[in-house]
Design a protein around this ligand. Sequence first.
Ligand SMILES: NC(=O)c1ccc[n+]([C@@H]2O[C@H](COP(=O)([O-])OP(=O)(O)OC[C@H]3O[C@@H](n4cnc5c(N)ncnc54)[C@H](O)[C@@H]3O)[C@@H](O)[C@H]2O)c1
Length: 358
Amino acid sequence: MSKLELNSNIHNYEVAFCDSFNFLDDLMNIEKKVFVIDKNVYKLYKELFKNIRKDELFLFDAIEEKKTLKTVEKIYKFLATKDAKRNITLISIGGGITQDVTGFVASTLYRGIKWIFIPTTFLAQADSCIGSKTSLNFETYKNILGGFYPPNKIFIQPDFLDTLSKKDYYSGIGEVIKFALLKESYPKDFNSIVNMVEQVKRKNDRLVTIKKTMQVKKIYIDEDEFDTGKRNLFNYGHCFGHALENSSHYEIPHGIAVIIGMIYANIVALNRSLISKDIYKFLNKKLFLPNIPIKLNIKLFDEKILLESMKNDKKRVGKDLTIVIPTDDDIRAIKVDDLTFTEFSKSYNQLLKILKLK
Ligand SMILES: NC(=O)c1ccc[n+]([C@@H]2O[C@H](COP(=O)([O-])OP(=O)(O)OC[C@H]3O[C@@H](n4cnc5c(N)ncnc54)[C@H](O)[C@@H]3O)[C@@H](O)[C@H]2O)c1
């Protein structure tokens, strides 16, 4: 079992990369614990979880509509009834939604309890499990509540990914592409990113890709855990992507919305003559468009909702819109706060054409 140590201003933590499910047996030996598990994952892996006691188990629907304070309250109630208080360990198993909800609980209950996270989606294994963020949705606003609190330990077992639906698997690929494009070495070898993605689509090299993606993320979070500077650049693809999750009522999963968001960000950069037409076309043809595995329709792209959501983006600072865009052909990203509504609309219409929705 190999390991990755991570530093945090809150508490240092460790990722263990596993090639079997034996680590679950060790977790059973923890004396005071509760498991919070995504219902779908529990059903799929029932045999694996057969030794979990009913009174130590909380199952929940991992859907965006339930990434809310209401779900958090239900878990508080479940935990508050236990004899163990600050000495309880919360073990959560699922994807990014499970992580966000349980991370919020772990960070707030008794001002912080021990938390072990077992990510079961590609996105959660390669990206979200490190970096300390916990987020909840509030009304129609995505991820606006939350804080920073990493798990104490993370166990990555890539075999969990075998049961993911195609769209959820590709959602992870979206974030993997984003981190590869944000890697800080110039010039970028775009063909090697294309090859890496092709391998992962054939279920090869998943652990290698997860580790590589984490290494890129680690460089950014080591420097800016609390997202006040450099880490903002992770929002490449996210400014429009979050708006699209809203406008599609989460029919478009997070990482796929990020792929479309990167196409959108590149359109803005192209219109500002920041990137060349060649790179723009290459990325669309080789990295972005082939990795959108769902049928899109124009109803998911409501211009009014998209604009409203971008106006409500928590990173927005002025009268115009905020977006992370590439500044050159090596996709060095910057955050700009001057995307005008006219520019928004022009780029939106260009995007629809590229996606063949117009
Ligand atoms: N905290 C962070 O740093 C951070 C970073 C990126 C994204 N996020 C959040 O993560 C969420 C998306 O997370 P996600 O993509 O991991 O998906 P998810 O948690 O929404 O899960 C997607 C679907 O896959 C199912 N599932 C989970 N594991 C499975 C498995 N092994 N086999 C079969 N089905 C499985 C779930 O039940 C669900 O239906 C978003 O809410 C996003 O905002 C958080």
